[in-house]
Design a protein around this ligand. Structure first.
Ligand code: G6P
Length: 369
């Protein structure tokens, strides 16, 4: 087992650090930047069917559901196809409206989650075209779906998902770009720019990983907090949800993720000098609005841990701690902002002496209902 961890203390930490490679493994061979094309067999073979979908329904559970929420922003933004993201367990039991014009995408690291599998079977019965985004090759969901794209993240052992999440977002981004190009909803220059930026992501993830020492200090400061709030907007709202889930899963600290603007409809009542609030405040995407949310937290004496774009000065003035990530286009920011949140949860859990790789009560893959 020590050899498998390649010198890292836990599988989770190893898998966090594998993300630069995992992301490039995901796009390698698919993204031909110089030629300006994306090749994905599962999409290419069914391009008309997918691009002409009246609606895309994404079904998933846990972290994969969060990747689905990020994909909702990307698909609507780039490919202009309406998207609904559903918890597989709710979708399958509520007599959903599914038609032959729908494309149902299942996102599942293991490809074995019982509810996601049942949702796909239901969608097939109703005549929808089904597409699997799985990590495990040959898994049940990858076999059950009409077509699919693997994430190629390599085995993920830690129960708390890390590299599966960022590679799911990578695959779904490629898919949205491909559909956008086919439909003409993204310009050639914008498409090309996205490919170039995607190619720079592994290096930028590596840079984001360098904040590890700073994050350890922040983790030490807040490890005994009973609660933690995570806020983000737009593409980074699902990242806030994922950050909160990571903390809950492995440190057993109660955490909630919220869209930053919704804070005033409830969570703001919880904020006092005891409450750490993690805010994703990157330059692209509602920056000024997030800054004003930060001011609201500050005036209620909440402790602010902000994830910002490199070189940011404005948030630094307000926040108790800032963690920088490199700049990129808005749709790709989740691939970077997720990294410090994974590390923060990891270090807090280690400092609290929790079983990081196998947290209590959780399973890597939930194959029963
Ligand atoms: C379990 C795991 C999570 C995972 C979820 C969905 O809850 O602990 O890490 O996100 O199942 O799993 P899947 O394999 O379908 O992505």
């Amino acid at each position: 087992e020590q050899i498998e961890k390649s010198g890292f203390e836990h599988f989770m930490l190893k898998e966090i650090h594998e993300q630069p490679n995992a992301i490039s493994d995901t796009y390698r061979g698919r993204m031909l930047v110089k030629k300006g094309i994306i090749k994905m067999a599962g999409v290419d073979d069914n391009i008309e069917r997918i691009a002409n979908a009246k609606r895309i329904i994404i079904v998933a559970c846990g972290t994969s559901w969060h990747a689905g929420l990020v994909a909702e922003y990307i698909f609507e933004d780039i490919a202009r196809i309406p998207v609904e993201v559903e918890y597989a367990s709710e979708f399958r039991y509520r007599n959903p409206v599914i038609t032959e014009n729908d494309v149902v995408i299942a996102i599942s690291q293991s490809g074995e989650t019982a509810d996601t599998m049942a949702a796909i079977k239901l969608a097939k019965e109703k005549g929808a075209f089904t597409f699997g985004v799985c990590n495990v090759v040959g898994s049940s969901i990858s076999r059950e779906t009409h077509a699919g794209a693997y994430t190629h993240a390599g085995p993920e052992i830690g129960v708390a998902s890390t590299k599966a999440f960022t590679t799911q977002i990578t695959v779904l981004t490629l898919m949205a770009l491909k559909l956008g190009k086919f439909k003409g909803t993204i310009s050639n220059s914008d498409f090309q720019f996205h490919l170039q930026e995607m190619e720079r992501i592994p290096e930028k993830v590596m840079k984001a990983l360098k904040s590890d020492e700073l994050i350890q200090k922040i983790a030490y400061t807040y490890k005994d907090a009973p609660n933690c709030l995570y806020l983000g907007r737009g593409y980074n709202f699902p990242v806030a949800l994922e950050g909160a889930l990571k903390l809950k899963e492995i440190s057993y600290i109660h955490a909630e993720g919220y869209p930053a603007a919704e804070m005033k409809h409830g969570p703001i009542a919880l904020i006092d000098e005891q409450m750490p609030v993690v805010v994703i405040a990157t330059k692209k995407g509602h920056y000024e609005k997030v800054v004003s949310n930060i001011q609201e937290i500050k005036s209620r004496k909440g402790k602010i841990i902000a994830v910002v774009t490199e070189g940011d000065g404005e948030v630094r003035e307000l926040a108790d701690h800032v963690i920088e990530v490199p700049e990129t286009i808005e749709s790709l920011t989740p691939l970077l902002t997720t990294i410090p949140l994974q590390l923060l949860s990891y270090h807090i859990a280690v400092m609290l002496g929790k079983n990081v790789d196998q947290p209590r009560n959780l399973a890597k893959s939930v194959t029963v209902e």
